[in-house]
Design a protein around this ligand. Structure first.
Ligand SMILES: [Mn+2]
Length: 273
């Protein structure tokens, strides 16, 4: 029996939420600096990374679309960065699994920038590093519940989840077909119609902490932020031009009634100020 795949945060401190990094070490460094700033103000702050930290652009993508892909893939250094941040701040830096990360621990191998991105990353690593990478992903969460009203996930899941406990106890890879469908939706699904997300939020809320919006990653957007269905929002780092890359900072003690309550410049902030 592994630890729970769902974390519920306490109603104290600030929360930094960041999405897909795909080996972007510059973005990682900027996010870490912001997190350290939050810790200075409130030592009870948290950082949740919503998956897909590995598998960056190849040289050709960087050349053809420099605005969004013009950086060197430093996937392993980003994983090491999270490992060190977790060591330096025990219980404060949390990682939610993405579909690219999942490829390293039994999930489908992605082939966005290389025929097999799992092999491309693991191939050059020595045995100890490869094991550290896999161990980091094996410990991953599948969702974070916040007391201020946000459910944090990699994809934007549908309403197949029967109850939060099913997600909390999920084996990776899952052993039951029904669980496989739930996992697929949490790792791979894009924006949902509002009523579908409303049912998911109701299911999650039944466990005791009411949530009113989904904040997720997995998608790209040139403007760096978009909402769907009136109850889902995606702050974008990977796939947005540098100046538009966004993260979210929430006050864990606050109450956000809807996705529309997130304000530009207050909760919605540039990754590279
Ligand atoms: Mn993804």
């Amino acid at each position: 029996m592994s630890a729970s795949r769902v974390l519920t945060l306490p109603p104290r401190g600030s929360l930094l939420v960041s999405t897909d990094l795909h080996g972007d070490l510059d973005a990682f460094d900027a996010l870490q600096a912001r997190f350290l700033g939050l810790l200075e103000v409130s030592p009870e702050s948290h950082w949740v990374q919503l998956g897909d930290i590995v598998h960056g652009p190849d040289a050709r993508a960087a050349r053809e679309e420099p605005e969004v892909y013009g950086y060197v893939d430093r996937s392993w250094e980003v994983v090491q960065g999270f490992l060190r941040a977790q060591e330096a701040h025990p219980g404060r830096v949390h990682f939610v699994l993405g579909n690219h990360d999942y490829g390293h621990i039994g999930g489908m191998h992605t082939g966005k920038f290389h025929p097999d991105e799992v092999e491309h990353l693991e191939g050059p690593l020595d045995g100890a590093s490869r094991e550290a990478l896999k161990a980091f992903f094996r410990r991953a969460l599948l969702a974070v519940v916040t007391p201020c009203g946000a459910l944090l996930t990699h994809g934007s899941p549908d309403d197949l989840l029967p109850d939060l406990g099913t997600l909390a106890r999920m084996d990776l890879p899952p052993t039951e077909d029904a669980h496989r469908l739930v996992l697929r939706s949490f790792l791979w699904a894009y924006g949902q119609p509002g009523p579908v997300t409303e049912r998911l939020l109701a299911t999650v809320s039944r466990a005791g902490v009411p949530v009113r919006m989904v904040l997720h990653g997995h998608d790209k957007d040139e403007t760096g932020w978009f909402t769907e269905g009136g109850n889902q929002g995606c702050p974008v780092i990977f796939g947005a031009p540098r100046a538009r890359r966004r993260c979210v900072v929430l006050d864990l003690a606050a109450h956000y009634p809807s996705i529309g309550a997130l304000r530009e410049g207050v909760e919605l902030l540039p990754v590279h100020p």
